[in-house]
Design a protein around this ligand. Structure first.
Ligand code: NAD
Length: 468
């Protein structure tokens, strides 16, 4: 097997040759990525089913189409993204060319997690290819069937001189990280993120961290409980709650909670029938270890289970579960749940809900359900989160025009659409000067005089350019 350093040397030599820079090359690789997804859809869906029992419906939307749409968006916009961006000039630089040039960073590393193992690996790859980089991708070993498919298909479709897949677990990733990269985009847990930052530090490698956290959902009394329950249940139980943007907990008053629990009972029946375990539209927990962690949280919680609660270890199954009377110090509130357990916390007002959310770490997404736009705006203005969405969950991340990323403990940096292209580009400041306007430019030379200084201050201000 090729060593990491030999593989990286191959990629670095390719990058230095300039092969990845032309628009034509970037387009060709993006089109190859499209072919990889389209020609192997069945195999990828089977692997996702093997790892997570992912229903085809969910897999097509959240793993295949989201990446395919991103590739189309990049192909449509690539030329304009690559164009130099001219900037405001001064009188002293009036006749010069002054612009920002987007340049590829070099050899970058993308490390993905297991919960959306195609999407969270290949969607950042679109931005990295569009920006003209060579890329090493590291799928999660936890979703092993997808890992194997990625390791086989990427070298078949993408240039082997410029793109490589590295497989393995924590130790292999640590070994890989001993090498120098020009950027690392990591998606995963906050604890591993600290290891990534430490490994990046000796090389001063810039890092984008796409992390998790507890995404709150405040539900105001002015909502139709049934409509709210449908959207809440869809966002929460998609991929059985193993989504970084899933609503982690609900804040509402007692009356709203009672109406919502009644509505959720009806909705869960509509979605998954009498026996959700037998419903093919319900995915499974990724591994026995993750199942045990979730059941441990459920066991330790002092909340009252009002819906669901059933489980089957051999099947890695946990029913869509709702708990009420959960307090801030409950076990379920100490870490990201990342599974189908939905705690309700009672608050008496929107202000109390805002104070509660602001006592926690800044989340990746924050949701508010209300028909009253002043309530939605109040929460938007008084809180902070990676993303904000009213009257729904998850939907914001389907728009390539919006940056996807966290703030504070939910991460830093972003991607999707142009934001991914920017993340993987260096913004180089360029001034191409001629020899003209020397009377103005000569004002800076000694001998210094007050008269020269006052003229120079004027010619160096952005206002000066508009008068000529
Ligand atoms: P994981 O266990 O698959 O780990 C992610 C990656 O890190 C894997 O490729 C793994 O091999 C690697 N890794 C694990 N330990 C390592 C170590 N010590 N050193 C170096 N690399 C290591 O996934 P996970 O961390 O369980 O993912 C779940 C977390 O990811 C949740 O917190 C979730 O909220 C978050 N997440 C965030 C986003 C987002 O876009 N912000 C998306 C999905 C998941």
């Amino acid at each position: 097997m090729e060593s990491h350093s030999a593989m990286l040397q191959r990629l670095r030599t390719s990058f230095q040759s300039g092969v990845t820079v032309p628009e034509k090359f970037r387009r060709a690789q993006l089109n190859q990525l499209l072919s990889l997804l389209q020609e192997n859809e069945q195999r990828i869906l089977e692997a996702l089913h093997k790892d997570l029992a992912k229903p085809k419906f969910e897999a097509v939307l959240s793993e295949m189409d989201i990446v395919i749409n991103e590739v189309h968006f990049a192909l449509s916009n690539l030329r304009s993204w690559m164009q130099d961006e001219h900037v405001t000039k001064t009188l002293a630089t009036k006749v010069d060319e002054c612009y920002v040039r987007r340049e590829p960073l070099g050899v970058v590393l993308i490390i993905g997690p297991w919960n959306y193992p195609i999407h969270l690996l290949l969607l950042p790859l679109v931005g990295a290819i569009a920006a003209g980089n060579c890329v090493v991708i590291k799928p999660s070993e936890v979703s092993s069937a997808v890992e194997a498919v990625i390791a086989e298909l990427v070298p078949k479709y993408l240039s082997q001189d410029c793109f490589a897949v590295v497989c393995g677990g924590a130790e292999d990733t640590q070994a890989l990280l001993k090498n120098k990269f020009d950027h690392i985009l990591y998606t995963g847990s906050q604890s591993v993120a600290r290891c990534i930052l430490q490994a990046a530090a000796p090389h001063l490698t810039p890092v984008t961290l796409e992390l998790g956290g507890k995404c709150p959902c405040f539900i105001h009394h002015r909502v139709d409980p049934l409509a709210a329950a449908r959207r809440l249940a869809w966002a929460k139980y998609f991929n059985v709650g193993q989504s970084c943007v899933a609503p982690d907990y609900v804040l509402c008053t007692e009356e709203t909670r009672d109406a919502l629990v009644t509505a959720l009972k009806q909705v869960l029946f509509e979605f998954y029938g009498e026996e959700p375990q037998k419903c093919p539209d319900m995915a499974r927990i990724i591994s026995a270890k993750h199942w045990t962690r979730l059941m441990g949280l459920l066991g330790k919680s002092k909340g009252k289970v009002v819906l669901g609660g059933e489980s089957d270890e051999a099947d890695k199954y946990i029913a869509p579960t709702v708990l009420v009377d959960v307090s801030e110090d409950d076990a379920l509130m100490q870490e990201e749940i990342f599974g189908p357990l939905l705690p309700f916390i009672t608050v008496s007002s929107v202000d109390e809900a805002i104070a509660f959310m602001n006592r926690q770490e800044k989340p990746l997404a924050l949701y508010v359900f209300s028909d009253d736009s002043s309530i939605v705006n109040t929460v938007l203005e008084k809180t902070s989160s990676g993303a904000f969405c009213s009257n729904d969950g998850i939907i914001h991340m389907t728009l390539p025009g919006l940056p996807f990323g966290g703030v504070g403990a939910s991460g830093f940096g972003s991607y999707h659409g142009r934001w991914g292209f920017e993340t993987f580009s260096h913004k180089r400041a360029v001034v191409l000067r001629g020899w003209a306007l020397e009377r103005i430019n000569g004002l800076r030379y000694p001998p210094f005089t007050d008269n020269k200084l006052s003229w120079l201050r004027w010619t160096a201000s952005p206002k000066s350019c508009s008068i000529m």
